[in-house]
Design a protein around this ligand. Sequence first.
Ligand SMILES: Cc1cc2nc3c(=O)[nH]c(=O)nc-3n(C[C@H](O)[C@H](O)[C@H](O)COP(=O)(O)OP(=O)(O)OC[C@H]3O[C@@H](n4cnc5c(N)ncnc54)[C@H](O)[C@@H]3O)c2cc1C
Length: 310
Amino acid sequence: MGMNVQETMSSPLVWHPQTAAEAWILKQNFGIESVYISGGTLLRTHWESGVAAMPQHLIDLSAIRGLNDCKIGEQDLLIGGQMSLQACRTNLFLQRHFPMVTEAIRTIAAPSIRQIATIGGNVASNIGDSIPALLVYDAEVSWYDGSAELQTPLSEWLLHANDSSRENERLLLSLQLPFKKSEDDSIHDSDEEKDSNAKMKRFSAYHKVGRREAFTPSVVTAAIKGSLTKSGVLKEIRIALGGGQTIPQRIEQLEKEIIEAAVDARLLQHVYDRILQLYEPREDIFASAAYRKTTAANLIVTELWKAAKV
Ligand SMILES: Cc1cc2nc3c(=O)[nH]c(=O)nc-3n(C[C@H](O)[C@H](O)[C@H](O)COP(=O)(O)OP(=O)(O)OC[C@H]3O[C@@H](n4cnc5c(N)ncnc54)[C@H](O)[C@@H]3O)c2cc1C
């Protein structure tokens, strides 16, 4: 009964820090010989496909206290980064007030994987399919930088996604989704002004296009959220696009151009043309950048048209 020496030698050491500070110190000590791991579902695919080698030290974040559930605060919903995608998907508050997040999660992987995969891992991967939905709700990220817990808009967090020198600094702890509590104690996401509700038509949609109907990696993800006056003028608009290896982004320049405009055929053409110009998806062997741009433009234009039509 000989021991498989090679396997023993190549097995990593798994650390279970109890606090963000402990996790941080481990990462500082082991540097590139280590990796933070939450559910490990994405990391495993990297190791198995040879995209990355398994490092010697795995810093398992699942034991860090207080990151496993959702808390409804005064002005935001706090989602612990260690919450599983399944727990997020079945959370009633998220379903009711942030339905695009629930919808995005529904499209990720399969139920068995969603039990293990975390929302924190999805966001920390910088390309997770939940990100466009989170972006249009103005999500913020809480993270630990070695001395304090900082809060940053998710859109800003993503700007540093490719900055490898900051790798050690980014220990994601939780996400915040802002909302406003109105006097009757009902809750709206933060742009929703109670008194303008009656006059305003609100719309939102999340789409994921893959290479097949279900259980598929994304080619394009698109989230849109806005409000229209009765006469069809856009009073609020957020558009976020991602998919595949593209780091999702808000198309803020376009948002600025169309706010206060009436949704008509000319505006729809403008939106279409500008998405082709402004959105810069990464291409891979499965789909060209041109295909991704066109798909994204079609999805967004269709949703705007639907919102203005009914
Ligand atoms: C079969 C299959 C299908 C999949 N389909 C999809 C899909 O459709 N859409 C999709 O978006 N994803 C998909 N995934 C990828 C993955 O399951 C999800 O992105 C998942 O949410 C990742 O979460 P995790 O907890 O497993 O992350 P992990 O694998 O643990 O980590 C992911 C990355 O984030 C880093 N990380 C994790 N937590 C933190 C933290 N708190 N702070 C800093 N860095 C951190 C890790 O070092 C790693 O780089 C799929 C995976 C598999 C195996």
